[in-house]
Design a protein around this ligand. Sequence first.
Ligand code: ADP
Ligand code: X2W
Length: 264
Amino acid sequence: MEQRFVMKCGGSTLAALPDSFFAELRDLQQSGVRPVIVHGGGPAISETLAKLGIETEFVNGLRKTSDAVLDVVEMVLAGRINKEIVRRIQQSGARALGLSGVDGKLIGARPVANSAEIGFVGDVTDVNAAIVEGIMAMGYIPVIAPIGIDDTGQRYNINADTAAGAVASHLGVERMIVVTDVPGILKTVDGEQRVLPSVTVADIEAMIENGEIYGGMIPKVRAAIQCIQGRVREVVIVKGGDPGVLRRAVLEGGVGTRIVQTEV
Ligand SMILES: Nc1ncnc2c1ncn2[C@@H]1O[C@H](COP(=O)(O)OP(=O)(O)O)[C@@H](O)[C@H]1O
Ligand SMILES: CC(=O)N[C@@H](CCC(=O)OP(=O)(O)O)C(=O)O
């Protein structure tokens, strides 16, 4: 079976991704690997909200999303950021097609449990895998903005790590690659900060408990745990700007932090 992977590109690193990153993506696609991209854009959303004078606040890593904030989230993610990624992929010589989870009801969503407190933030209920597979079959790289929709037509802001994990699970891809601004999960050992080559679910739970994993890393590892409890074999967290990182993560290994069911 052909190799497919979902790649989550975090807003922390998008602007800094070099052309060589997109060239690697193109080369992988030309070698027969099928990538699917789900992207974030948290910093760009915050920047636009600030310009518009709309206050923004995070509760446990999720943005409080009023109707006014939701308009900006959709404008920035499904508009500016999504098209920027599509353009960069196209400039590399590969083909890309951008859409948000609203298009074709690609990402079904429902309000999160604490929606009374944080507003229109969604959990994923369903992913229309046939659309993603159809786009790949046409030779395009799907580029997905993490907005969800329910049966009434209500939109939801979905954390990009959560959305990427759900897309990976529903497609049943072999691997999810999380591209961010750190070279993996870091841990201080003997006073020195190191990248952990691999971690299990038990390691992660312990590191969240003792505060070694915090902030933006928490939704990544939570999404990873959900994924590997299904058909996804491994999740790899890598830094976007490092040369050769994508090729190594997909084809060779030995880069970033691998999150696996049990230590191998
Ligand atoms: N143990 C850890 N190892 C590495 N990074 C961590 C860890 N715990 C928390 N972090 C934080 O997670 C951040 C990545 O998450 P985030 O800023 O949300 O990125 P993105 O925009 O790519 O989703 C890192 O920059 C770092 O500050
Ligand atoms: C509910 C929620 O918090 N949604 C995120 C969606 C973007 C995102 O997750 O972007 P990064 O991957 O760059 O963090 C937000 O509004 O910022």
